[in-house]
Design a binder for this molecule. Sequence first.
Ligand SMILES: CCN[C@H]1CN(CCOC)S(=O)(=O)c2sc(S(N)(=O)=O)cc21
Ligand SMILES: [Zn+2]
Length: 261
Amino acid sequence: GHKWGYGEEDGPSAWHKSYPIAQGTRQSPINIVPEEAVYDSRLPAITISYDNCTSLNISNNGHSVVVEFEDMDDRSVIQGGPLENAYRLKQFHFHWGGKDCDGSEHTVSGKTYVSELHLVHWNAVRYRTFGEAAAAPDGLAVLGIFMEKGDGHRDLHTITDALYMVKFKGSVANFKGFNPKCLLPSNLKFWTYPGSLTTPPLHESVTWIVLAEPIRVSDKQMTKFRMLLFSAEEEEQRKRMENNFRPPQPLKGRTVRASFK
Ligand SMILES: CCN[C@H]1CN(CCOC)S(=O)(=O)c2sc(S(N)(=O)=O)cc21
Ligand SMILES: [Zn+2]
């Protein structure tokens, strides 16, 4: 697809030129205003079954750092909440800032977090391939987890200690045996709303499930994320990978539901 990024020329404010859906009616992220969210007592809890997940590799795609999973069967799925069936875990990745003043994509009453973790799942009940699901209105379910500054997260260090292997765009490294359930906060209360991918192609195919409780990440761990590069090894200019977040988009009449009062 067309080259896009997070810079002055190729950043979020320019994406609409190649991806007109950027100005669509269900774009993500959004600013979540808890007082305006509708508590829905009929929303079941979300159930996350990652016990038999199979992580494959960690890679730098020039936009973020991604850990991919084996997704040929229902070994790791999310279900419940707003979802009508089980969605298979495909990958997780992060968005972060250059300093601690911003970095997350979703905001809560205008509050930004230093980073945001996205666990991407696809509807393998209704769609044959991930690519097909990624373009379908009920194709994806992304679990968003805020990351706030604090003492280091024990299990996050497994990831931050591996980042040196994928410094450059296009690098891939073995990353087996990692189970992301260790990254979940203790409380799974959430907000949910119909939205989109927050990067091109910006497909309006995501049921967002954003957890209200953040996990903590240390300064040292954030420094390791910021040592990644947007650039490939052979490129002249080395650009640090930071501020790879899209700002909140218009709600356009959507309702945000809350699983809690
Ligand atoms: C850099 C490219 N990012 C996207 C790549 N994919 C979409 C196209 O694939 C066929 S995807 O489904 O893995 C997702 S989820 C996601 S976010 N930030 O909304 O969770 C962005 C992307
Ligand atoms: Zn994301």
